[in-house]
Design a binder for this molecule. Structure first.
Ligand SMILES: Cc1ncc(COP(=O)(O)O)c(C=O)c1O
Length: 398
């Protein structure tokens, strides 16, 4: 702590109140602890255990020799935007102009931040589900907005209800932020239920920001791209990325597809803060879009096998588990132990060396649950389940 050099006793600097308002990520805190313990099985970090498919790495490596080591256009490489435009047309029959309606970002993380900063004025409200991805609430707060949480629970399959959203709309509401398939619950919403949200959005002239980073990771159900709902393309900011489906978390590439005015506003912020997304990552993303489908589908098949084993294993232990239909997370209830989710996660880590994330890291309504990421080997999942059984048997109440 530093004081004013003129000795007036005042603190030399003060931090932004907005930053003071947010807490460090509950996930990261855990991983710092985990790094100090040996022999831990991690069901913690939400990232694929697969390496990026080699053909994608190879194209990126070759690009260095070809001189792709400089800035790209602020919007992202034209070839990538064109490829993405083709991809969105082929997969969703949506037409986005590659020069004005698409922006390549540093992961969906940056796209989320830009979207919030582009639309929010101080005091504006964004409605979102609770529990939800750890960044949603802080991104809104850092952009000067107010997150308005809609509780979701196991009984409503962790789906955000249109009526619950409508009940929270005020004159300050700017947008609805959703992310299905969901982190941390694995919930996927049906087209019909999303259409009800679309109707509420239209009735109240709200934007919908739809984080679809897990779009490809669905099991036995279909993913609905929110922008494909009737008359919603021009009212939706679609966020997508390469981290999860193509096992490319470290390449840091995501995108936003939205009406041109919104993309222009997001680009203004992006050009002054980021300049552009990493060039090598963009080259890799082009290859992923052109030739990555097969490897992505293989990984999804594998996640599905692990999902079934993880969910059955948790239920057998007696941790009741909502069946996740998407992403790569199971979200079992730990209420039978009488512990808080943070206590459960800390003790499981220190006593049995299994890392899970406390549900409370994802919001108030995540309490009573923990997030178990099954993007890890079957052998590790099975060993983690055996350790968790020992732990739960020891502490189960009643
Ligand atoms: C729901 C959700 N959105 C966005 C992100 C950020 O992804 P990216 O690596 O594209 O920044 C994550 C990462 O875990 C996520 O789970």
């Amino acid at each position: 702590m530093s004081t004013n050099p003129r000795g007036q006793g005042r603190k030399y600097y003060s931090l932004s109140q907005r930053v003071d308002q947010i807490s460090p990520s509950g996930i990261r805190k855990f991983f710092d602890l985990l790094a100090s313990i040996e022999g831990v099985i991690s069901l913690g970090v939400g990232e694929p255990d697969f390496a990026t498919p080699w053909h994608i790495c190879e194209v990126a490596i070759e690009s260095l020799g070809k001189g792709y080591t400089m800035y790209t256009s602020n919007l992202g490489m034209p070839e990538l935007r064109q490829e993405l435009s083709r991809y969105l047309k082929a997969n969703y029959n949506l037409e986005y102009d590659a020069d004005s309606e698409l922006l390549i970002t540093v992961g969906v993380s940056e796209a989320l931040d830009l979207a919030m900063r582009a639309i929010l004025d101080p005091g504006d409200e964004i409605i979102m589900p609770d529990p939800c991805y750890v960044s949603y609430d802080p991104c809104v707060v850092l952009a000067g907005g107010i997150p308005i949480m809609v509780p979701t629970n196991e009984e409503n399959s962790f789906e955000i209800g249109a009526a619950d959203i409508e009940a929270r709309i005020t004159s300050r509401t700017k947008a609805i932020l959703i992310g299905y398939p969901a982190n941390p619950t694995g919930a996927v919403m049906s087209r019909d239920k999303l259409a009800e949200i679309a109707k509420v959005a239209q009735r109240h002239r709200l934007l919908v920001i739809s984080d679809e980073i897990y779009a490809k990771l669905v099991y036995g159900v279909e993913h609905t791209c929110f922008a494909t709902l009737p008359r919603m393309k021009e009212k939706t900011v679609l966020l997508g990325g390469f981290s999860k489906a193509y096992a490319m978390t470290g390449w840091r590439i995501g995108y936003a597809a939205a009406p041109r005015e919104i993309i222009a506003a997001m680009t203004k912020i992006h050009q002054y803060t980021m300049m552009c997304a990493p060039t090598m990552g963009q080259v890799a993303a082009i290859e992923a879009l052109r030739a990555g489908e097969e490897s992505a589908a293989e990984m999804v098949k594998d996640y599905n096998r692990r999902r079934l084993i993880m969910v059955k294993g948790l239920c057998d232990i007696g941790l009741s588990c909502f069946e996740p239909k998407g992403a790569f997370y199971a979200f079992p209830s730990i209420k039978c132990t009488g512990m808080t989710s943070e206590e459960f996660a800390e003790r499981l880590l220190t006593e049995e060396k299994v890392a899970v994330v406390p549900g409370s890291a994802f919001g108030e309504y995540g309490e009573g649950y923990v997030r178990c990421c099954y993007a890890t080997s079957l052998a590790e999942i099975e060993e983690a389940l055996a350790r968790m059984k020992r732990f739960v048997d020891k502490y189960r109440k009643g």
